[in-house]
Design a protein around this ligand. Structure first.
Ligand code: ADP
Length: 881
């Protein structure tokens, strides 16, 4: 049915779109030079007081023309609409292949005109690079610089990239840079700018799927790892349903009374829960590792290390670790080296990271199902953007089989049928194991295929495989969403194919040249290295024609094989092949269109409907024909765990044989409701994570802003004096008691602040009231401080400032780390405690606040204590005081 809503929205903005196109028409006759001047012109308008909204039509019109000149592409009206929605700080839901990369250019151009930076967030380094390179060509026409941050970059490089008008970066790098900036000791180490405006690509993947795992920077602690191995051994000796129960729904394990006893016996301990020698956490983690976390599903082993595979995205999460000892338990299970327990030095959830932006927007093909969450947590509204051409994809009803075996058999048959007629097929599987299982079946049937899953050897070819997935007779098995961001083009991508040829060509040319030029071993070695790298480069990045030309030229220069003829030759060959392939691909496309376009096969309903939609969305791009069908079985996890008895009864009643699929509304409804149940279950988890992190987030903001103030200050004296005065005030609040007590308080202050020893406490107590004492102590604080400063300055000018900064930052960091640890413990213990009517979150907030106050007081006191006692040690013998 035709969806009216998006069309209405479209109409709402029609006037604005007309204005943009009107400006575009005017600008389209400008010379390149005049087009460049547009940026200056609009910056001036902003300075004169015009608002971004007021200059939007002209800015968008300008960007549209730049896109046309740089890429020869004329934006569709729906893309302009997408750009408007992004500028308004909302999520633009645009289907795959609608050209989101180019859409982002419009709002990022407009929003950087006021001199502030715009971040474009992507899910991986490859996409960041690919997109940055593409848009850079566009922005060259309008004098805007585009930065790109890659994982391998150092501080200096990062700084430069952040300084650009628009910066492409992954969510991971953005988060870690934020945490690192807030741990920096020198101002010159800060890399990030103000969080002004961000456009998040694949926004659901980043803000929903990844939001379950916080980003953590950690340092090693000295925890013993032996307990993990022992627990691992113990859990192999105990039995499910006798010694422990597994709850698959909540992914939890509980020891039974019997289980506790057996474990205690095996461990020769009296109490598993003993605070001084706790075992329970280790045993539970080992049980979880045994029962709930499987190799090639939840994790893979890469270079002898356990690497998490994100269940939703199918991507590996390099460098991330499960918390609470689970990662170590899995390491023990797989008999790998156990990485030491990590101490959290800094952490943040994506929810709170992205909320740092003053304006946030996002784009994706699938956000509608998560609308509520996006709105509640991020205040992001989702706007559906109509497709440029009507979507012709046919989504066939699910086929449900009795058991998994019959299901896979049917899938393989479907592949075979499609392969025979040459129709390209994309098969989505939910995890690495299943993708390999299917690969095995296809191998037996002698059906050629490409396999794309989180295994490193496959990931390297991700983009290449996806670009070719639309070729005739190509069968692609992929774990969910792998290769997201790369469009499947029917008939194949001529640019990508030409690159394969050119690389091979390069290899030959270089080999011949090396023979002609020199026979020296070192040149050969260098050429071989170059070839390897070229190959790698190609595989990692499908670069633009210019980039590859540039690259080839650079490399030739660097190995002294400069040969103009050769370079021109390469260029010529490249263009010839491209021409040829364009022809081949377009012919192939016509054939495939006749066959019905890309056919997508789903092999299981995913835990979230969104992921299924993403898979289906691969077919039928830009008005192409296409189809999709899901093959399910009653043994699938979703049905087994969440489907309930209704379905198995139904199957029995229907007494259907194994190979006959059933299509039934009851089944479809049960499946839909099971998916919704799981979606809301995960939503609750993320909401809870968010609510708990919100408590820490407010504290983090306070600490980080204080830290930044100190880091950026050149005159920390005021800060120390302020800390000293606050310390005096805090301790004096308990004043007003009897004489002895008064005396103790004053001497505590004078000791802590190292105030002059000749203060006569008795006289003070008798002479002054509380306020006067405070004033007196403030005065003493200043005098003592000045004395210390002049003493240190005499020894080494500037020393006092350095010391102050050092103590301040060091103490804040130390205390914050300890505080994070305490907050984690608090959260855990509140979970265990039973509060009757009380809300654990409220308890957590209250106790967390107390802990925070204690930490702040502690920081002030120690900093002042240390500063007031600072001295210079020249060497161990000649100590100065
Ligand atoms: P999405 O991220 O929405 O799936 P991409 O940004 O990857 O889509 O773009 C898909 C393809 O469509 C790219 O090859 C791009 O060059 C092309 N494209 C984008 N916009 C247009 C347009 N207006 N006209 C023609 N091709 C376009």
């Amino acid at each position: 049915m035709f969806n009216l809503l998006p069309q209405q929205k479209y109409n709402k903005f029609q006037l604005l779109i007309n204005q943009i196109n009107h400006f575009h028409k005017i600008i389209s006759v400008y010379s390149d030079h005049d087009l460049k001047l547009q940026t200056q012109k609009m910056q001036k308008l902003l300075m004169q007081g015009f608002t971004l909204d007021e200059i939007l039509p002209e800015a968008f019109g300008t960007a549209k023309e730049a896109i046309k000149r740089a890429l020869g592409i004329e934006l569709f009206n729906v893309q302009i609409l997408g750009g408007i929605v992004l500028h308004k700080g909302k999520i633009a839901e645009m289907k795959t292949g609608e050209g989101k990369t180019l859409v982002a250019i419009l709002p990022s151009y407009l929003n950087t005109l006021n001199g502030k930076g715009v971040s474009i967030i992507t899910v991986n380094d490859y996409l960041a690079k690919r997109d940055a390179e593409l848009v850079r060509k566009v922005f060259q026409y309008i004098n805007i610089d585009v930065g790109l941050i890659q994982q391998s970059m150092n501080i200096e490089e990062r700084k430069m990239q952040y300084r650009c008008n628009i910066t492409y970066i992954t969510n991971n790098e953005l988060g870690f840079d934020y945490l690192r900036d807030n741990m920096a000791i020198n101002q010159s180490d800060l890399v990030q700018k103000e969080f002004h405006f961000a456009i998040v690509d694949e926004v659901d993947s980043i803000l929903i799927d990844e939001a379950r795992t916080p980003l953590i920077i950690s340092g090693p602690s000295e925890e013993k790892t032996n307990k993990y191995y022992i627990s691992q051994e113990i859990v192999t000796k105990i039995t499910k349903n006798i010694h422990y129960d597994v709850d698959e729904k909540t992914r939890n394990v509980i020891l039974t009374e019997d289980g506790i006893k057996v474990c205690e016996q095996l461990l020769k301990t009296r109490n598993l829960y003993d605070i001084n020698n706790p075992w329970i956490q280790y045993i539970l983690s080992a049980l979880k590792a045994k029962e709930l976390f499987y190799k090639n599903i939840h994790y893979i082993i890469k270079n002898e290390e356990i690497v998490i595979v994100d269940e939703f995205t199918g991507r590996i999460m390099e460098g991330r670790r499960w918390s609470d000892g689970l990662h170590q338990a899995i390491e023990a299970k797989e008999n790998k080296k156990i990485q030491p327990e990590n101490l959290t030095l800094a952490s943040i959830t994506y929810q709170n990271l992205f909320l740092l932006y003053k304006k946030l927007s996002g784009m994706t093909g699938t956000a509608k199902t998560e609308e509520t969450e996006l709105d509640r947590i991020y205040q992001l509204e989702v706007e559906e953007i109509p497709t440029n051409k009507i979507c012709l994809r046919q989504d066939f009803p699910d086929f449900v089989y009795k058991n998994e075996y019959s299901k896979w058999k049917a899938i393989a048959n479907e592949c075979l049928d499609m392969y025979k007629i040459g129709r390209p097929v994309l098969i989505g599987t939910t995890n690495v194991e299943k993708s390999e299982f299917l690969a095995g079946i296809l191998n037996e049937l002698k059906i050629p295929f490409n396999l794309l899953n989180a295994k490193p050897e496959n990931i390297a070819r991700e983009a290449e495989i996806i670009t070719q997935a639309g070729r005739k007779g190509t069968i692609t098995i992929s774990t969910n969403m792998a290769g997201r961001g790369t469009d499947i083009i029917l008939g194949g991508n001529p640019h990508a194919m030409t690159k394969i040829i050119i690389i091979n060509y390069m290899k030959k040319v270089l080999k011949i040249s090396s023979l002609l030029c020199s026979n020296s071993a070192s040149t050969n070695k260098k050429i071989n290295l170059l070839l390897q790298e070229l190959n790698y480069k190609f595989i990692k990045t499908i670069t633009s024609l210019e980039t590859i030309e540039q690259y080839i030229e650079d490399e030739i220069n660097s190995i002294n094989l400069k040969n103009n003829d050769m370079y021109t030759n390469i260029q010529k060959v490249y263009l010839q092949i491209l021409h040829e392939y364009k022809h081949i691909c377009s012919k192939e496309k016509t054939e495939i269109l006749k066959l019905g376009g890309l056919h997508v096969i789903g092999t299981e309903r995913h835990e979230s409907r969104r992921i299924d939609y993403q898979l289906k969305g691969r077919a039928g791009r830009q008005g192409d024909p296409g189809s999709s069908r899901f093959f399910l079985s009653l043994e699938d996890n979703l049905l087994r765990i969440f489907g309930g008895d209704k379905i198995s009864k139904l199957m029995k009643v229907l007494s259907i044989d194994n190979d006959t699929p059933i299509e039934s509304t009851i089944l479809t409804k049960s499946l839909d409701s099971a998916q919704k149940k799981i979606e809301s279950y995960f939503y609750d988890i993320r909401k809870q994570l968010f609510e708990y992190d919100e408590v820490i987030n407010n504290q983090r903001q306070a600490i980080y802003s204080e830290r930044k103030r100190i880091l950026q200050s050149n005159f920390t004296r005021d800060c120390i004096i302020e800390y000293g005065e606050s310390t005096i005030d805090e301790i004096l609040t308990t004043y007003n008691q009897q004489a002895n007590y008064k005396k103790a308080i004053i001497s505590k202050i004078t000791h802590l602040l190292n105030l002059a020893e000749n203060i006569e406490i008795d006289t003070i107590i008798n002479k002054y009231n509380k306020e006067q004492i405070a004033c007196f102590l403030y005065e003493q604080l200043r005098i003592t401080y000045d004395l210390r400063e002049s003493y240190l300055e005499q020894l080494r000018p500037g020393l006092m400032r350095q010391l102050e900064k050092y103590y301040l930052l060091q103490q804040i960091d130390k205390a914050w780390q300890k505080h994070l640890e305490k907050m984690t413990l608090l959260k855990e213990s509140i979970g265990w405690r039973s509060y009757g009517q009380q809300d654990p979150l409220v308890e957590y907030k209250n106790e967390g606040f107390q802990l925070f106050i204690t930490m702040v007081t502690y920081i002030r006191q120690t900093v002042v204590y240390l500063t007031m006692r600072s001295r210079l040690i020249i060497n161990t013998v000649n100590q100065d005081r």
